[in-house]
Design a protein around this ligand. Structure first.
Ligand code: ADP
Length: 573
């Protein structure tokens, strides 16, 4: 309902209600006056009638009484007239000319000297009273209608000038503000409350304008700060990701993309664990470690292409202005290569120290061992020896030879045994070794399968290369025990290297010891069976030749040792 109509309806209701109340009071008063008048009139008629009919009553002259009654009944307001004796008998009665059903009855006594002879009953027609009431109602309705018409016009004029016009002006100003013109949007003033409203509105618009300017300024400052932060985040060499309070990633920088292999688009909205697939979140994410400061915590991630990388993570909680935690920021650095270098450095230092010590020891032990072996062999030539003595001296010679083998290993390890360099055909070396191992392999049900590719010669010490391949093949046979396969492959790689792969179907090497099998004296074999020098000697020889040696293995699935050596005439060491 419009304001105008609402205003009018309310005004009309008030008017109508007050008119109804006034009219009913007026009609009531008017009727009371008319009835009073009628009662007076009836009383005077009764008085006259009682005077004129008294004689007739006393003389029983009912004819005269009847005549009087008829004459009086001719009054146009009287409906009927009766004279009743005190015993209730009607002595005379007459009907008036008025037949109205709505009557007003007046009864008056006929008394003489204190005794009542009877009564006069006069019924007046209410016609006149009703007619006057009707007239009053019609006049009142006409009055209400006229007042309504005037009210409507006045209402229109008042509502228009006092309410609607100022409101339209305010609406127009609001529309201009909505379209962005805060400065030139001033509400036009009017008097009274709307004037005050317009002033308040203008003040509000001016204050809004000031606030908007301040807001715009701080918006620009925030944007600049955001750009700076974005530039810093993106230029960081370390990976960075921000997670919200649910642990979902909301920011992922370029270095994080490089390390993890996921694009920012792929990582956003995912949970930290879905991207890194490791304990990184539990170990180092700020949200999981709210009470602790995480600095350079070493943990792992698995990249998109499935590689395991070692990372160093630092993290911090992000809090809102009330100090409530709303997320965490994590930076991480790929330290896999660094760690590997550290391990290798450590290993080379360890190897160098052991090498020096071994070389010194080997020289000291070699001479006495040589003497023991020499004398034992000399004694064995004596025919006078009993078989028991011969056996015991044989054991001495054998053990001295074994000891000498270990010493040779130590010398090899420290590479003090003098190396030569010449063109070596690796495939031929392998074929010789297979021939040498074949009888032993057949005994243990092991198949040795060569898969030899076309190779260039390498520049190497043939004895040492032979020793490496022999060691690897022997280790493979030990790992197999009974019934298995050793596959020896060679290939000329695109990188100009000669690659030798020794693969077996043996026990495999547990992941946790793979980093230690090249250490000198590391062995899992029982005492007397292994020296733990085989692989460290192999590593030393291959390094001396400018090559590398790697292992791939998992428990129960055998092992593959991969040796890569530079092809051609290169000289090393
Ligand atoms: P040794 O053979 O005297 O123990 P090595 O240095 O040759 O010394 O080997 C070190 C260790 O490496 C072995 O004890 C063994 O645990 C492990 N190893 C070497 N080659 C293999 C292989 N092919 N399969 C399983 N384990 C191996």
């Amino acid at each position: 309902m419009s304001l105008k109509r609402d205003f009018y309806v309310r005004m009309s209701l008030i008017l109508t209600l007050s008119a109804i109340i006034i009219i009913s009071v007026v009609i009531r008063k008017q009727r009371e006056l008319l009835l009073e008048d009628m009662r007076d009139k009836g009383e005077s008629i009764a008085r006259v009638l009682s005077t004129v009919t008294m004689d007739s009553m006393l003389t029983y002259d009912y004819g005269t009484m009847e005549r009087y009654v008829r004459q009086v009944a001719e009054n146009k307001d009287i409906v009927f007239l009766k004279i009743i004796r005190s015993d209730g008998e009607v002595l005379a009665e007459a009907k008036g000319t008025n037949n109205n059903k709505n009557i007003f009855l007046s009864v008056y006594p006929i008394a003489v000297g204190g005794s009542t002879l009877g009564s006069v009953e006069v019924s007046f027609s209410m016609e006149r009273v009703d007619a006057i009431s009707r007239k009053i109602i019609i006049s009142a309705i006409a009055f209400i209608l006229i007042v309504h018409a005037i009210g409507l016009a006045v209402n229109n004029a008042i509502v228009n000038s006092l309410v609607l016009r100022p409101i339209s002006a305010l609406i127009e100003t609001t529309r201009r503000i909505k379209e962005g013109g805060l400065k030139d949007s001033t509400a036009s003033g009017s008097r009274g409350e709307f004037g005050e409203l317009a002033t308040a509105f203008n003040d509000m618009a001016a204050s809004l304008d000031r606030n908007f300017e301040a807001l715009e300024r701080s918006g620009k400052e925030v944007q600049t700060a955001k750009n700076k932060l974005e530039a810093i985040v993106q230029s960081l060499a370390d990976g960075l990701f921000v997670s919200n309070s649910d642990g979902l990633i909301v920011s992922f920088n370029r270095a994080a993309e490089d390390i993890s292999g996921y694009t920012e688009h792929e990582a956003l909205g995912l949970h930290c664990e879905e991207v890194f697939k490791t304990r990184l979140c539990a170990d180092a994410c700020a949200l999981h470690n709210e009470d602790k400061t995480i600095r350079n915590k070493e943990t792992g991630i698995i990249t998109k292409d499935g590689r395991r990388r070692l990372v160093s993570v630092s993290s911090a909680i992000i809090r809102d202005s009330d100090g409530k935690s709303i997320g965490g920021v994590q930076t991480f650095r790929d330290i896999t290569d660094e760690k590997q270098r550290q391990v290798m450095l450590c290993q080379s230092e360890k190897l160098a120290a052991i090498g020096q010590m071994s070389a010194g020891l080997a020289h000291e032990i070699n001479n006495p061992l040589g003497n023991i072996l020499g004398y034992a062999r000399l004694l064995l030539k004596d025919d006078a020896l009993t078989s028991g003595q011969r056996e015991k001296i044989g054991i001495i010679a054998e053990q001295a030879k074994k000891g000498s083998g270990v010493v040779q290993g130590l010398l090899d390890y420290s590479r003090q045994s003098g190396a030569v360099r010449e063109a070596v055909a690796v495939n031929r070396v392998i074929e010789d070794i297979i021939r040498l191992l074949q009888p032993q392999a057949e005994k243990s049900g092991t198949k040795i399968i060569p898969a030899l590719g076309e190779l260039p010669d390498i520049h190497a010490d043939p004895k040492q290369i032979e020793q490496v391949i022999f060691n690897l093949a022997m280790n493979a046979m030990h790992a197999i025990g009974r019934d298995g396969t050793i596959r020896i492959e060679t290939a000329n790689t695109a990188a100009g290297k000669v690659e030798i792969r020794v693969n077996d179907t043996g026990t495999g090497i547990p992941e946790e010891i793979q980093g230690r099998i090249f250490d000198p004296f590391f062995t899992t074999k029982p005492v007397g069976k292994g020296t733990g020098l085989g692989l460290s000697v192999c590593l030393g020889i291959i390094k001396d030749h400018g090559g590398s040696i790697d292992v791939e293995s998992s428990i129960g699935e055998g092992a593959t040792f991969i040796v890569r050596l530079p092809a051609g005439e290169e000289r090393h060491g």
